[in-house]
Each structure stands twice: as C-alpha cells, then as structure tokens.
Design a protein around this ligand. Structure first.
Ligand code: SF4
Length: 317
C-alpha cells in the first residue's frame, strides 16, 4: 500500500507589511511628547487606527478625545496621522492649546493639492470613504470645492459646475484597483477630468497591496492583522480575496483567529496593515506554529526605506 503524504502546511509572509513611515512618526511623536512633557498628553482621535497601539499609549497616560473642545484650555494636543481641517486648527488656537501636528506628510501633500486646485477654482472630486477622518480633514481644506465620491453610485451622480475644470484626488489608503475603476467611471462622464500631479494613494498602501496580490493565489486563507477601522487593512482583505485567496479575515490579535477557518487549509498567507506593530504579526506566527504551520516563507515584493522627520514642534526640543 502506498502511503498518502500529508500536504505540507506553510505560511507565506508578505513583505512589506506593517508600520509605514507615517505611522511610525506619529507614534514616536506621542511617545516623545510623553517623555518631554509627562502625562497627560491629549490626542485628537486615534493617533493611528490600531487597537493595540491606542491601548498601550492610553496605559502610558495619553487621553484620546474626539474633538479639541474636550481638551482643557492651555493643554497639549497631538493631531493624528490622518490630518485635520483648518477649522480644527483654528479651534485649537482659539482655545490656546499647544499642538503637535503628527499628520503624515503624504496626507499633507493631498491637503496642499486641494488648496492649489481650489485656488484655481477647480471642482475637486475626492475619492474616499465617507466619514473617514482623513477625508474629513482633506475635504475641510476647501469644502465648497470638494465633492466626495465614495461609491460607484456617487460617481454616477456627482455634479460639477464646469466639466472642463475638474480634477480627481484621493484618500491615501484606498484599493489601487478600485480607485482606478472609479476614475474610469468618472472619466466616462467628464472626459476632461484632470489627474492628480502625483499618486495620492501612498507608497505604503500600494506596496502592501502588491505583496498580498503576489501571495494570495497560493493561499487557502489570508490573515490580515489590523483593526476594523483601519482603511488600508480592510483593503488588504478585499485585495487578497480578489487576487485568488480562498478566504481572508481581518484580526486585531492572534486570539481572534477562529480555528474553523483553518479546516482543510494548507497555505496561510499573513500580512498586516500600515498601522500594525510587527510584534502582533510575530504573535500570530507563534500561534500558527503551535498548530502545525511552522514553516514560514517570506514573499518580498519591495524593500521600503522611507522615513520621515519628526513633527516640527518636536525637532527643536
Ligand atoms: S498609510 Fe500612507 S498616508 Fe497613511 S500614515 Fe502611512 S505612509 Fe502616511
């Protein structure tokens, strides 16, 4: 009788994954503020969209607030990596708050594009998710010029003042492929639609999607470490499925993996969103190893070397 060999269980680990330069900078900025000024340090919204990061900082004396109006007069507040509108800055100034701006420079770049096109009186079609903090901040730069396009239905309905003077810009953390679908749809309606001067979807978002696409066709299951409110992490789940993974799930922690997902699975793909510290991925690998998936092969599609200087307010101290 011939022995039937068991399929070899393995993990494909995407690279790049996890922390991007903007998230790293924002988290270090809060840590530095804690070190320099001591707790409490107020942060408007979650500094980055990750439960582990937010809970760890909270334990160290950070108070997260929804709005600057909740910060006592004269205190220190950090603006999150997702950016804020001019109205929020003005409110902070009125209330004499000391501020540290941890907005990612790649989000600031989109704010500047909005300002430039608004000055030239373009209508700006901002592709992004309604209600996302980044979109609120970006649109707030020129609310009368920006029209938000979230769904295909929005793209079919959006109206502009002058179809010959219209440009599209986008949130930094969208699916590259879906955004291009939306742009094609908009160009069908507005043939003179101008493109952004450079890509708004950031290098980290697109690199993580490319890595997941490379491994997904070989995966029975892809596990994305990331929080539910993290746009780029959610997109990785969608991209994995679209690229051929049989199944894909978003988890904050290894303990959230449902063992049923592993039934009949040989190859597990692992990646993480741009706001996820690698320690959480290592925990997941250890969890998988205990269950027989100890063979880990890295799938590398890019080597990232980008780093950003700390916010201006922290450079001179
Ligand atoms: S995901 Fe991109 S835009 Fe967002 S913080 Fe990271 S580098 Fe900046």
């Amino acid at each position: 009788m011939t022995a039937v060999s068991e399929p070899v269980k393995r993990v494909l680990l995407a690279k790049p994954r996890g922390y991007c330069a903007g998230v790293d900078r924002a988290v270090v900025a809060v840590e530095k503020a804690l070190e320099l000024y001591g707790p409490p340090v107020y942060v408007r919204k979650e500094i980055v969209h990750n439960r582990h990061v937010v809970e760890s900082l909270r334990e160290r004396g950070v108070i997260f607030v929804e709005e600057t109006s909740e910060v006592p007069e004269g205190e220190l507040v950090v603006f999150s990596a997702h950016g804020v509108s001019p109205a929020v800055r003005a409110e902070a100034e009125e209330r004499n708050l000391r501020t540290i701006d941890a907005t990612c420079p790649l989000v600031t770049k989109v704010h500047k594009e909005v300002n430039r096109f608004a000055r030239e009186d373009y209508d700006i079609l901002l592709i992004g998710h309604e209600g996302h903090e980044e979109v609120e901040g970006t649109a707030g730069e020129a609310p009368t010029h920006v029209r938000l396009v979230d769904t295909a239905e929005d793209a079919a309905k959006v109206e502009v003042r002058d179809p010959s003077k219209v440009v599209w810009l986008s949130q930094t953390t969208l699916s590259v492929d879906e955004t291009m679908e939306r742009v094609d749809q908009l160009k069908g309606r507005f043939p003179n639609l101008a493109d952004p001067p450079s890509d708004d979807i950031c290098y980290a978002t697109s690199n993580r999607q490319t890595a997941v696409k490379a491994m997904a066709p070989e995966c029975d299951l892809v596990l994305v470490v990331g929080s539910k409110n993290s746009s780029n992490s959610q997109r990785l789940v969608e991209v994995a499925k679209q690229a051929g993974a049989r199944d894909a799930h978003l988890i904050d922690f290894a303990r959230e993996v449902d063992e049923k997902w592993l039934e009949g699975v040989t190859t597990v793909g692992v990646t993480s969103g741009a706001s996820v510290p690698d320690v959480l991925v290592m925990d997941l690998l250890a969890w998988l190893s205990e269950r027989g998936w100890g063979d880990v092969q890295e799938v590398t599609t890019a080597n990232e070397k980008i780093a950003f200087a700390l916010p201006r307010e922290l450079r001179s101290v």
